[in-house]
Design a protein around this ligand. Structure first.
Ligand code: IMP
Length: 412
């Protein structure tokens, strides 16, 4: 571990390489023990990570996973859109479990607020698209797209505003939202939803850019938790079936106001196979029995929406592109053990000119890898599978997940 930490350096980002749900939470949990500050940079409550606190499972959407470690300073950057009742509930749940995150939580005054009406617009736009095109984007319904739309249109509301009177702001939104979307804003309901956050978070809203710069000057270390993933990126993902923010390493730095040259490492997280929630292309998808088998073995159900995830095989061209865009220095390949029972493992190595996948079948290992922590103890075929990914992408598989538990990880 010490060797890995040394190679990561003081400012490390963890970024999903596929369509999200790669299992970023576990590597973040493992690493955040060793970092002073943990930060989220983009997205909102569309993200979901399962956290086990005192034996109880909680699904967190906004707080960085590293917040569980009581020594960490927790930063929520300007790139986020925040649904405040969700954030307050997460803080409360942690407090109940004996973890007081509030005194060490710093929220950017530039982050934007997701109102209840953003959620209503999200649902209405999905419905409209379904009628118009036969299918929606398959959003999480958390108001993410509409909140970022308001931000880009310069009609959004920043966290800074929470320190003042929200009624005039809501009245302005009401007129605009009715005119543009035909959605009614219930100002009283909105105010009631905001009131606890106004009380609880008022002192926690700061200039996080300065805070992070000060930390860096003091020689502190920062772990940046990416949300969603490369193929859901607004610019580089499978548009229009993407989320509405920049989910790459560059987006993460932008969402925190950290200069690109400051980043010392970027861990790409990819499952040993592949999944996707929502609509959009998925060249290596298995829709039949094989997909069902992967879903069952991998427990592939969305943590935010509970939707069954679409399952399929690894795509080397997608991983290569993610390496290009994000500048990955290390891989964390997750859920290797889900493939334990496969006799052969198809991998897409290229996309042919007709748009079809070119496959290579790698031998399976047909034996349990659950809990293995030493690369050399893996069956030969599993070692070869990982080496194949390394060779094809030019990035070392420094961390490999072999089960859901915290300790079930190979650290090379
Ligand atoms: P939105 O971010 O709710 O607008 O959803 C846009 C697309 O991104 C949908 O296909 C969602 O399923 C997907 N998505 C958003 N957040 C996540 C995530 O954290 N994991 C996996 N998929 C996500």
């Amino acid at each position: 571990m010490q060797k890995l930490l040394k190679s990561l350096g003081p400012v490390c980002a963890v970024i999903g390489a596929q369509w999200g749900d790669e299992g970023k939470g576990k590597v973040i949990d493992l690493l955040s023990e060793h970092y002073d500050t943990v930060a989220r940079a983009c997205g909102g409550a569309n993200a979901g990570h399962t956290i086990v606190v005192k034996g109880e499972k909680h699904i967190f959407h906004l707080l960085p996973s590293g917040a569980l470690h009581p020594h960490t300073t927790v930063v929520i950057g300007s790139g986020l859109v925040l649904h405040l009742p969700t954030l307050c509930e997460e803080i409360r749940l942690l407090k109940e479990a004996g973890i007081d995150v509030l005194p060490r939580l710093f929220i950017s005054e530039e982050a934007h607020i997701v109102f209840e009406f953003h959620k209503a617009i999200d649902v209405a736009l999905e419905e409209e698209r379904r009628k118009r095109e036969g299918k929606g984007i398959g959003t999480t319904g958390r108001g993410i797209g509409p909140a970022y739309t308001d931000k880009a249109a310069r009609d959004g509301t920043r966290m800074q505003s929470l320190k003042g009177d929200m009624l005039p702001i809501l009245e302005r939104h009401a007129e605009r939202v009715r005119r543009l979307y035909g959605v009614t804003v219930d100002s009283e309901q909105e105010l009631a939803a905001l009131a606890p956050a106004q009380k609880l978070l008022k002192d926690r809203i700061v200039d996080t850019v300065r805070l992070v710069q000060d930390k860096l000057r003091q020689g502190k270390t920062i772990l940046i938790e990416g949300a969603q993933a490369s193929l859901l990126d607004l610019d580089h993902g499978t548009y229009p079936y993407v989320t509405s923010s920049q989910t790459t390493s560059a987006g993460a730095l932008q969402g925190l106001g950290i200069a690109p040259r400051v980043l010392t490492a970027c861990i790409g997280v990819a499952k040993a196979y592949c999944t996707r929630v929502g609509e959009g292309e998925f060249l290596t998808e298995e829709t039949g029995e094989t997909g069902d088998r992967l879903r069952k073995r991998g427990g592939e159900y969305g943590s935010t929406t509970g939707r069954p995830r679409r399952c399929g095989w690894l795509s080397i061209p997608d991983l290569r592109r993610a390496v290009m865009i994000n500048g990955f220095t290390h891989w964390n390949i997750t859920k290797l053990d889900v493939l334990d029972e496969e006799a052969q493992i198809p991998v897409c190595t290229e996309i042919a000119s007709d748009g079809k996948a070119v496959w290579k079948k790698l031998p399976g290992w047909k034996t349990s890898t659950v809990g293995i922590t030493d690369f050399l103890k893996l069956p030969k075929e599993a070692q070869q599978y990982l080496q194949f990914i390394e060779k094809e992408t030019g990035v070392p598989a420094s961390l490999v997940g072999t089960g859901p538990g915290r300790e079930q990880m190979i650290v090379k």
